[in-house]
Ligand binder design. Sequence first.
Ligand code: PMP
Length: 401
Amino acid sequence: MTIFSPTAFRAQFPALSDAGVYLDSAATALKPQAVIDATSQFYSLSAGTVHRSQFKSARDLTEKYEQARGRVAKWLQAGEDRQIVWTRGTTEAINLVANSWLAPRLQPGDEIVVSEAEHHANLVPWLMVAQAAGAKVVKWPIGADRLPDIRLLPDLLNARTKLLAIGQMSNVTGGCPDLAQAITLAHHVGAKVMVDGAQGVVHAPPNVQALDIDFYAFSAHKLYGPMGIGALYGKAELLDEMDAWQGGGKMLTHVDFDGFTPQAVPWRFEAGTPNVAGVVGLSAALEWLSHHHAEKAEMWSQQLASLAEEQLSEIPGFRSFRCGNASLLAFDIAEIHHSDIVTLLAEQDIALRAGQHCAQPLMAALGVSGTLRVSFAPYNNLQDVDALVRAMHHAVDLLSE
Ligand code: PMP
């Protein structure tokens, strides 16, 4: 493992050779050369697809594809490789659980508890299946610290609760709820827990067994990997009892006009030609990450966010929604609309996000129509913070006139 050096880390991201300042890593992380090379090599050198052909290149690919599954399993400390299901990303993984695990088990009057801090991806799939079944989605409110209020949870859970949906880290506040405690409380009433790892995974991959997580979802693109690939981790006994959700090639062992026999887990959930390039790229991202000092890298991005928060707080009307020492910082400026600011910042080549961040219930709880959000990764540097702060002063001066 190499000692973390911000300069050496940054040098591996060709997209940063452009003049702009990239502060939108919570939306999607940039890709290091190692991931670009692995993906490009796949398209340049590989022939065939996986699990279908006997020729050498296709067999080699199948081996790589299944090894990647093992790499993800190991990385999340799952017990078995087959507990990892390839999906398009977090959104698809959550929809898979909603449709294949929850929907067939949901009775009218059942309840699904969802934290108020969730991204729409960890709310809408539950609303959809609840609506169809006559079940209820129960809001778990945030407290003054902007985290789902753990003191309220025991009163929200009961024998009718089938599932608790919670994010590992908010994409707005960066807040990380106490997963272990929430999971223990949910299990106490017999509910299962879906953890949305989209934001958290790059900061701290969980030990899914130690935390006793039932389902965990993440997307490769927030982890320096390609878009369009991600995974669902599930407890083996839960995955085994789930029906297939999409029909097609390679998800079955036999089919005739009377019906079909589904494949074993995980292939049962992977109908059709998969995103092999994505899997190869994700595997390369994990391999690449294993050579970096994750904690030091994380500390660096947190320090940059703290510095940005400190310097931006000198702007009159600045208000931060950041939880703890998160590497992302959502904020607003009193009397100035976030979309006006982001337009002026875009003109100065500062890439950040403004709006509701696919978290409308959280925006309502915070009492705002939207916020600005800068999110730092270890490839950012002090010059990025300077450029942001200068551009913000300039924008606010113009808009206050
Ligand atoms: N949950 C959170 C907390 C997210 O930040 C995101 C991505 N913005 C998602 C879920 C959805 O991820 P994806 O779009 O990659 O499926």
